[in-house]
Ligand binder design. Structure first.
Ligand code: DGT
Ligand code: CA
Ligand code: CA
Ligand code: ZN
Length: 573
């Protein structure tokens, strides 16, 4: 799918560049449409082209003769002439600016034409000195939003969403573990703590042949650059995107190194202070008392010797876990195996690619008791929302399939838009026919506070949970304006739930807000928001968020077996 992504990005850049150059809008719209289509196209465009040829390309929505030729050219030579031509007319610094989500080509063009802005540092200067604000059509509000977008861009640049890197890291670990010389291997750092984004990847291993392991590492086919290569350490950039550090340590200090390099830094600092008070010294080599080594091989012992219970990596953020470990009062964290089903997936009925039959088969494969099929509602034109008639048709198909499989595996669900006035996008008598209802805000204006809409939606007796409660997209856009304390309070009062959306770019609610919800007495539902069969694994990511949020099995609705789940869902009405 690399080609889909890259080509989609190229069409986006092409449209941005054309817009910056002041070209005709019809073409630009066409390129943008293709970019969006490719982003979501479930098949590999190269495979598709091999099978269906030029004619097949033209059959795709938004693809005419000219665009088909561009795609073909790209598949042959990795780029296309139109792209090269246009992009070469735009200064490099402008291209970077165009890449920042939240700053449009029109604004950049304006700043370029009127103030000579050619790159990000020019742009920051004209924000600082107030000259951007004075331009026609700008003003303080707009500039404020641009500032926020730049901050976000800086903050996120380089940090990679956990879910994006996860499959790669697991494969790399397997690749290294396959060496006969690797005795133990563990990925540590923020990755092991399952933080929502990671800066770099830290791998630790034990080996009797350090040299062979380091060679195997730097010779991996995906290495684009070797940054450092020593006797016990190496650092490489993989796929021009992510830095991986490998350290080979002796068996006798593996536990200490694991503890040290898992972090977080704050957690380690706190732990060291505690150790000092008890007369110990901790380092990446072990725990020492009067220069005698008293622990180091096993990670549990590092905590044990200080009188602490073992602290799961997801909790190691210095948010009170060390105190709780001392009191033997750590939460018993939820496990992936506690999850009995997925409470948010989309089917082909709306904007997903899965048939209901594929979903039921997948549920069985994953040992799920249920999957709630929550397609978009009628006014969600952007996502092929279902008319009432189609929703009912889908419900009947679900009933028939469940009957065929002899169990209520697919639940009749919907992800219903919370409309401008807080009402829901289906009438109550339609919602009543559903097993599970998610209310979501999908459309909002920048200045709008959506809190009243969500509070009102919670009051609808048929709504069970609020989908992706903040609307943020990691690295792409911040949350909408919402007072989550109020939302949680209201959900608690009404006995409603809130969602941990496990889609890798959302992870919404996040760890901190999930913890807050639990503290305030609200349970969470976890759903992947999968649109394709290859996305249901993201339940893992949702469980990581829950664990980082200190949640236990009882805090998550979809740990319930089917019968109890259905009882709970009905009871809430
Ligand atoms: P990242 O890579 O930004 O997502 O975050 P981490 O937590 O993986 O941080 P990284 O890669 O810089 O370092 C890995 C671990 O090494 C970190 O979690 C804790 C440990 N560490 C790094 N620097 C220090 C330090 O100055 N003091 C202490 N106590 N530990 C450190
Ligand atoms: Ca790291
Ligand atoms: Ca590192
Ligand atoms: Zn949604």
């Amino acid at each position: 799918m690399e080609h889909n992504k890259k080509l989609s990005k190229m069409f986006d850049t092409l449209s941005d560049a054309l817009e910056f150059l002041g070209e005709n809008t019809f073409k630009i719209q066409a390129y943008r449409k293709v970019a969006r289509f490719l982003e979501n196209f479930p098949e590999d465009i190269e495979e598709y082209y091999k099978e269906h040829g030029h004619k097949g390309l033209k059959a795709l929505p938004g693809v005419g003769e000219k665009i088909a030729l561009k795609i073909e050219e790209y598949l042959k030579r990795g780029t296309f002439k139109k792209y090269e031509e246009v992009v070469s007319q735009v200064p490099m610094g402008i291209l970077e600016l165009l890449d920042i989500p939240g700053i449009g080509p029109k604004t950049i063009k304006l700043a370029h034409d009127a103030l000579g802005v050619n790159n990000l540092s020019d742009f920051k200067r004209v924000i600082q000195d107030g000259s951007l604000e004075k331009l026609k059509g700008m003003g303080p509000k707009k500039v404020e939003n641009i500032k926020k977008s730049i901050d976000m861009y800086y903050k996120m640049k380089g940090r990679i969403p956990l879910g994006e890197i996860f499959p790669f890291v697991e494969k790399l670990k397997e690749y290294l573990a396959a060496s006969e010389y690797v005795e133990k291997i563990e990925v540590c750092g923020s990755y092991r703590r399952r933080k929502e984004t990671v800066g770099d990847i830290d791998i630790l291993c034990v080996s009797k042949n350090k040299d062979a392991v380091i060679k195997r590492f730097v010779n991996h086919p995906d290495v684009s650059r070797i940054l450092a290569q020593g006797e016990t350490k190496a650092s490489c950039i993989f796929n021009e995107r992510v830095q991986v550090d490998l350290r080979v340590v002796p068996e006798s200090s593996f536990g200490a190194a694991l503890q040290y390099f898992t972090g977080s830094k704050q957690h380690n600092i706190h732990l060291r202070t505690l150790a000092k008070q008890a007369g110990y010294k901790i380092s990446e080599y072990g725990v020492y008392k009067h220069s005698e080594k008293v622990a180091g091989e096993r990670e549990e012992d590092i905590y044990g010797i200080l009188g602490l219970d073992f602290i799961p990596p997801e909790l190691r953020e210095d948010r009170g876990e060390i105190e709780k470990a001392k009191e033997h009062a750590l939460p018993h964290l939820i496990e992936r195996s506690d999850i009995k089903g997925d409470l948010h997936v989309h089917s082909r009925y709306s904007d997903g690619t899965m048939t209901l039959r594929e979903l039921i088969e997948k549920a069985i494969k994953m040992h799920y008791e249920y999957i709630a099929v929550c397609d978009h509602s009628q006014s969600a034109r952007y996502a092929h929302g279902l008319s009432i008639e189609d929703l009912r048709k889908k419900n009947r198909e679900i009933e028939k399939l469940n009957e065929e499989y002899g169990a209520q595996i697919l639940l009749k669900g919907a992800e219903v838009d919370i409309l401008q006035d807080g009402s829901l996008d289906y009438p109550d008598d339609v919602l009543k026919e559903l097993d599970f209802v998610i209310g979501s805000v999908h459309i909002w204006s920048k200045k709008e506070d959506v809190t009243p809409r969500i509070l009102k939606a919670l009051e609808n007796p048929y709504v069970h949970t609020i989908g992706h409660p903040t609307g943020r997209l990691i690295n792409k856009r911040g949350p909408y304006k919402v007072d989550l304390e109020k939302v949680i309070e209201h959900a608690e009062k009404l006995g409603k739930f809130l969602e941990i959306n496990a889609y890798y770019e959302r992870l919404d609610l996040n760890d901190i807000w999930s913890k807050r919800a639990k503290e305030m007495g609200v349970k969470l539902t976890i759903g992947t928001d999968a649109h394709q069969i290859g996305q249901l694994w993201m339940m893992d990511l949702g469980v990581y968020v829950a664990r980082r949020g200190w949640l236990e099995k009882g805090d998550v609705l979809n740990t319930l077996p089917l019968n109890e789940l259905l009882k709970t869902l009905k009871h809430r009405r």
